[in-house]
Ligand binder design. Structure first.
Ligand SMILES: Nc1nc2c(ncn2[C@@H]2O[C@H](COP(=O)(O)OP(=O)(O)OP(=O)(O)O)[C@@H](O)[C@H]2O)c(=O)[nH]1
Ligand SMILES: [Mg+2]
Length: 344
């Protein structure tokens, strides 16, 4: 079983760090595959010299597409599972055996590295966005996912091959969590070292955060609507399939997501109203928001948090503007702690 696991590394312009990551990974795994995603530097050559198999992708299409190619390639080689690592050295390759052990104990689960226990090592803005992402992605995946943004993961390939991945760039890792959760796959955290150094990040704080947010919010609007009208809990694989079909072209996906974004606030407010008015007669509606929690309190908190998203945006802009003027105020941390709690 252990022989059938390999390491996959999506890489883009990572010439300075990729060789070290490959050498580190080869101490714990027999095979390492690096997807070179149209890098304009020596990423491919450095990875090959260090002992990796290089999968050239041609022009740059983003981390999500590279991961999809790596999954297909690993599957074609007959592997059972892959461990994904970032090429920028932010993941400690010495932790690969811990992922393998977790996989052997839970072969059907996706294992995701979690850095949330080391808050002090994470840049503040990044930690805040990780907390917000955790709040929404966990709701969409129907389970608590400790660190939804970590790229250090173990994926059983059988689980991955059942998901039809449609998104691009950094959204894909969120899509995997949501679609796997929709099929009742368990997503397990594994505490890892948090490494933040002088690495060059390709993550765009506005565009990539916006793309992930819109994707998750669009799904939640439809999911909660279905739960509002149909009692009981269910698997959401069919809903993901239906949404993928509906959004099969870029224009359709864009139109759908913009519409969901526009109606998100009034519609979620109306879900709460509907829940309050009909609660005595519809005890099993909005099942994913009720089960395992203190019903109405938590339901209200979820909807309140969604209503406060514009306020969060305004506070972020205010805090950033104050900092540019030399004023050190800290509003966002307290706001997030209060309104975006752990709901599980
Ligand atoms: N194949 C491919 N990989 C990419 C691309 N962009 C980033 N990556 C890889 O994805 C991994 C993570 O990218 P980062 O830009 O560091 O994103 P991050 O680690 O989520 O964000 P930070 O916490 O800011 O570092 C690295 O291994 C990158 O080489 C891309 O366009 N194509
Ligand atoms: Mg990084």
């Amino acid at each position: 079983m252990v022989k059938k696991i390999c390491i996959i590394i999506p890489a883009y312009n990572a010439a300075e760090t990729v060789a070290g990551v490959v050498r580190g990974a080869l101490k714990h795994a027999g095979h390492v595959i690096v997807a070179d995603d149209g890098s304009t530097d020596d990423t491919a050559a450095r990875a090959a010299e260090a002992g990796a198999e290089v999968l050239p992708i041609g022009c740059n299409r983003g981390k999500g597409h590279a991961l999809t190619c790596l999954f297909a390639h690993a599957r074609a080689k007959g592997l059972n599972a892959v461990i994904s690592l970032d090429a920028d050295g932010q993941h400690d390759t010495g932790e690969i055996p811990a992922f393998v052990r977790a996989h052997l104990a839970h072969p059907r689960d996706i294992i995701i590295g979690s850095r949330m226990h080391e808050k002090e090592k994470i840049p503040r803005a990044r930690y805040n966005s990780m907390q917000i992402a955790r709040f929404y992605v966990s709701l969409a995946a129907d389970q608590f996912v400790e660190d939804t943004q970590c790229g250090y993961r173990l994926y059983p390939l059988d689980v991955i091959s059942g998901l039809c991945l449609k998104t691009q760039r950094y959204v894909t890792e969120t899509e995997i969590i949501m679609k796997a959760g929709g099929r009742n796959t368990r997503i397990r955290p594994l505490h890892i070292n948090t490494i933040y150094g002088a690495y060059c990040s390709h993550f765009r704080p506005v565009a990539d955060v916006a793309a992930i947010t819109v994707y998750v919010i669009s799904f939640l609007v439809v999911k909660w609507f279905l739960e509002g009208i149909v009692p009981g809990r269910r698997s959401y694989a069919f809903l993901h399939r239906a949404m993928d079909f509906f959004c099969s072209t870029r224009v359709a996906a864009c139109a759908f997501q913009l519409t969901m974004l526009a109606i998100f606030l009034p519609v979620t407010a109306s879900y709460l109203l509907c829940h309050i008015c009909t609660a005595p007669f519809t005890k099993r509606n909005f099942a994913s928001l009720r089960d395992g929690r203190t019903v109405s309190v938590k339901f209200c908190r979820v909807i309140l948090a969604t209503q406060l998203l514009p306020a969060l945006l305004c506070i972020t802009i205010l805090e950033k503007s104050c900092r540019m003027l030399g004023l050190r105020i800290r509003l966002i941390d307290g706001f997030i702690e209060k309104f975006y709690p752990c709901l599980w």
